[in-house]
Ligand binder design. Structure first.
Ligand SMILES: [Zn+2]
Length: 331
């Protein structure tokens, strides 16, 4: 597979020296969906975190509905047809319906009611696996109770810049009768194209991070968000089919989050785009990416390009991101 890219050159006269200056913009085409993305020279658009998140956590904790004293009283329960106990619990993780639903079945799962402040470097494989397990059980319970809802996804808005309205770290699940736009796009990619993409990246080695057993991890050639990683799980189409792979996925995700923490990032988005269970030839697609760090008057990484052109402009080269992450996936 040939990856498509075009180099654009912007010319201007420098304000200080009066000399001609050229800037290169690398426009890349995603090999799976065809969307385009702009890789810019590093301009420091994503500075590392220097904000006291722990102090902010202390400040907003007393009103938090996901903390131990309030979670029982302030969060809703699942209808009995979906779960007899109203909440799904694995280890410390607790799942309940999203009070502000985004779909016919919309849930929130906290890593632990005790962990109101959970920087990325402290998300352990155990915490991640237990939280994913609540989501997998939820997807199965919903599909059993409502067989028309076959499209499930596991997602995260982590920390306010990512879109999270609550500070307390959590995952979110959606199960619906129809897919989201990107869920539909990736589900429509022919099976052979996924194989070709993964073979090409594995051979090139530049962005390929590793195979943790059944899950293959790489850095996106044409990312839609900063420091974007993708993972593919051949033979699994839906989060509902994940039970035996939860530990392996949790391992890869904590590798990624640990690397993000090392790079100075504390906010991310995650999506695992499920297709209906049993969809032949569709490998479960996962995408995870960083968002701007929180601080007063911070710059959002989502500009007119991302929101209105659906075209990312990113100053972190995917190949440099891969360099930072590769060691964690090869141990
Ligand atoms: Zn809390």
């Amino acid at each position: 597979m040939e990856f498509e890219r075009t180099r654009l050159v912007a010319e201007m006269i420098a304000p200080d020296t009066g000399e001609l200056v050229c800037t290169e913009v690398d426009v890349r085409v995603d090999p799976l969906t065809g969307h385009t993305s702009r890789i810019l020279p590093n301009r420091g658009l994503m500075p590392p975190n220097d904000f006291d998140l722990e102090a902010l956590a202390r400040e907003n904790q007393e009103r938090c509905p996901f903390c131990p004293d309030r979670i029982e009283r302030l969060t809703p329960k699942l209808p009995p047809a979906i779960h007899p106990h109203g909440r799904i619990v694995h280890g410390e993780a607790v799942l309940f319906p999203n009070l502000h639903a985004y779909s016919s079945h919309s849930c929130v799962s906290v890593y632990s009611p005790q962990l109101h402040y959970l920087p990325l470097g402290r998300i352990t494989e155990r915490l991640m696996a237990d939280n994913l397990s609540t989501q997998v059980e939820y997807a199965n319970a919903v599909m059993a109770a409502d067989p028309d809802s076959r499209w499930s996804s596991i997602n995260a808005n982590h920390m306010l810049p990512s879109g999270s309205s609550l500070f307390h770290p959590h995952l979110q699940g959606i199960v619906d009768p129809s897919p989201t736009t990107l869920q539909r796009q990736v589900a429509n990619v022919p099976a052979a194209r996924f194989d070709d993409y993964l073979d090409t990246e594995r051979r090139a080695g530049v962005r390929f991070l590793g195979n943790t057993g059944r899950v293959q991890w790489l850095v996106s050639f044409a990312p839609i968000a900063p420091a974007e990683l993708r993972a593919f799980v051949p033979g699994i189409a839906s989060p509902a089919e994940l039970p035996e792979l939860v530990a392996e996925l949790a391992h890869g995700l904590t590798n990624a989050l640990g690397a993000y923490a090392d790079m100075g990032f504390e906010s991310f988005n995650l999506a695992m785009y499920g297709a209906p269970p049993g969809t032949v030839g569709y490998p479960l697609n996962l995408r995870i990416a960083c968002r701007s760090n929180l601080k007063p008057l911070y710059r959002s990484d989502s500009t007119f390009l991302e929101r209105l052109h659906w075209e990312a402009a990113i100053d972190l080269a995917p190949e440099d991101v891969a360099e930072r992450l590769r060691g964690r996936f090869r141990t």
